[in-house]
Design a protein around this ligand. Sequence first.
Ligand code: ATP
Ligand code: MG
Length: 213
Amino acid sequence: MTITIALSKGRIFEETLPLLAAAGITPLEDPESSRKLILPTNRADVRLIIVRASDVPTYVQYGAADIGVAGKDVLNEHGGIGLYQPLDLNIARCRMMVAVRDDFDYESAVRQGARLRVATKYVQTARDHFAAKGVHVDLIKLYGSMELAPLVGLSDAIVDLVSSGGTLKANNLKAVEHIADISSRLVVNQAALKLKHDAIQPILDAFALAIKS
Ligand code: ATP
Ligand code: MG
């Protein structure tokens, strides 16, 4: 029985490596240098697949991967259908924020009930956030470089992930609202957890033990 683990390249892969090691799993190739999308590991029964961060929940939902690691940002957008989310791995930590241009008076715009134009990759998150506040927004879907939108008049505000705040600062933007703390979660296909329980449970246990709190 093979266990397939879905990961994205970059910070999630790097920060998941020590957790995999704790479960006795070592990739035999580095996704940064290999062009392979299916990576073997030291264990004949465990393989990794490398997918786009926002696609991890989809692979696990449909059982193409048994286990995955996905940011809470991505899980909020996906909705989490069919996914068991047993562990907050406490990795890839950042914050979901609303940001505007340095010279934009966000408080009065909101107070005056102005219709805000908000550009974001996180349409569902943004919709939920502003609906809960009773703020009317026009959402503009982007796929990256959200920081540019307020600078060229595409939007009044953006909803984006912030860690150090360096990118906002470099682009004369300021964070005006904190929507949520974000970290990555372990996601497991619910059917796989039952059918492959004896293989999957030890991996979950090893991850749980290795998590930094
Ligand atoms: P892609 O670049 O393929 O569109 P992505 O930008 O979502 O995907 P990453 O930048 O690797 O991919 O982010 C993966 C996950 O890491 C995100 O879903 C989020 O949970 C987290 N993350 C994103 N930006 C940061 C950050 N600046 N600091 C810490 N964690 C972050
Ligand atoms: Mg990115």
